[in-house]
Write a protein of this length. Structure first.
Length: 252
């Protein structure tokens, strides 16, 4: 009789082989986030009810959110960084509904990601990296079939902008008002908008503005992850007036 398998311990860093520079805050941040299940699932919960059957994920990274999208008919992972694409193809190889396309939203629509073929575009913590965000949103809209939806999550509140934002390549942070304006300029009708993660503002301000760090330390991230189930429950009962992120859904 075979012995029962022992549960594996959580990895210290993500199981991803990328040629990250020692000062590459983006790769380091993705590696750390790959170890915090509760936080990633909380982010997925923000988009779950709006998902259709054919989804484009803009900026899939190493698949921290992609892992929750596998129940739809088709997932197109749009990712510009070739080492991340290589990892995504390996990680999701058993899933025939996942297709990895190397490229950026600025190159869409195109032969591999055609216009008018999708009912959902998901863009989580990516839009803030793009100089012309309205143009990027317009291209996301062009990918949608009539009535399709664009779901965006971005860093919120300009006063939190600090060293971590600069290291991560953030062009800006948003308010609900500024993001709503960008949606409307892109031809998207905002249907919902809310702030998320009020507690996270304190950590971002402390580590990025006060301490001048380029990433939140692993220990602090994991401590926060253990608090996420309670924070998520609280914010469902009492939606925050401000938060570390803002989530918006727009309809074509």
């Amino acid at each position: 009789m075979p012995e029962p398998q022992q549960p594996q311990a959580a990895p210290t860093l993500a199981p991803v082989d990328v040629p990250a520079r020692p000062d590459d805050a983006v790769s380091r941040g993705l590696e750390i986030l790959a170890t915090v299940y509760h936080y990633n699932h909380w982010i997925f919960d923000q988009v779950r009810e709006h998902l259709g059957k054919r989804v484009v994920e803009v900026g899939s990274g190493i698949g921290n959110i992609t892992q929750f999208l596998l129940n739809v008919d088709e997932v197109v992972c749009l990712e510009p960084f070739e080492p991340y694409c290589r990892h995504l193809r390996s990680r999701f190889a058993p899933h025939r509904n996942v297709r990895v396309v190397q490229g950026a939203i600025e190159q869409c629509p195109g032969p591999e990601v055609p216009a008018g073929q999708f009912d959902t575009v998901v863009c989580l913590n990516v839009l803030e990296h793009i100089e012309d965000d309205v143009s990027a949103l317009r291209r996301m809209r062009e990918l949608l079939a009539p009535g399709g939806r664009v779901i965006v999550l971005v860093p919120a509140l300009h006063f939190l902008y600090g060293q971590m934002d600069r290291a991560l390549g953030h062009v800006r942070r948003y308010s609900r008002r500024s993001l709503r304006g960008a949606f409307r300029q892109a031809g998207l009708r905002p249907v919902s908008a809310r702030y998320l993660n009020a507690l996270g503002m304190l950590g971002w301000w402390w580590h990025g503005r006060v301490r001048g760090r380029t990433v939140v330390p692993v220990g602090a991230t994991r401590l926060f992850d253990r608090m996420v189930p309670f924070l998520a429950a609280w914010e469902r009962l009492v939606p925050p007036l401000i938060g570390q992120s803002v989530v918006m859904v727009g309809q074509a």
